[in-house]
Write a protein that binds this ligand. Structure first.
Ligand code: OFO
Length: 165
């Protein structure tokens, strides 16, 4: 059985994952209308992943005697400047999510809720991967700079990343 505090905090995380999914969906749309097919596909996949992170939390809360809440969400931006700025935003957003997961883990330890603590370890590992991936992409973008040919190749490359991840 979840304590009220843990239930509330997990519900906050559910909202964060749902908003992440919306942010990446909006990024996918923006990339798609710029003709960046690979980047768009990558973002659509990210959006789906965030939805699955949300669902995993929803099921956990309901199974443990809580009530997962489906609430209204903050609308994401619809334009993202340059694609470099967009990936910087993605990276910053993942750092924000990691921080939120860490806070959550901390709360479970304070409350001696070892079941939830154990459940959250999956998210801790997932965030390590997501941060690393976002960082690798940003490094590549910095190498490309303003080069159009480089951007074309990058768009093709990132498509491969979507297929294999
Ligand atoms: Fe990428 O954030 Fe979910 O966990």
């Amino acid at each position: 059985m979840l304590s009220k505090n843990i239930e509330d905090t997990l519900n906050k995380q559910i909202k964060i994952e749902a908003e992440s999914s919306q942010i990446y969906l909006s990024m996918a749309c923006w990339a798609e209308i710029q003709g960046l097919e690979g980047v768009a596909q990558f973002m659509y996949n990210q959006s789906d992943e965030e939805r699955s992170h949300m669902l995993k939390l929803v099921k956990y809360v309901n199974e443990r005697g809580g009530h997962a809440l489906v609430t209204d969400l903050k609308a994401p931006k619809t334009k993202f400047g340059t694609f470099k700025e967009m990936f910087e935003e993605l990276y910053q957003h993942e750092l924000f999510v990691s921080n939120s997961i860490n806070e959550l883990v901390h709360t479970t330890l304070n409350e001696k809720d070892y079941a939830t603590h154990n459940f959250l370890q999956w998210y801790v590992s997932e965030q390590i991967e997501e941060e690393a991936q976002a960082k690798t992409i940003l490094d590549k973008i910095n190498l490309i700079g303003e080069d159009r040919g480089g951007l074309y190749l990058f768009d093709r490359d990132i498509q491969q990343l979507s297929v294999t991840s």
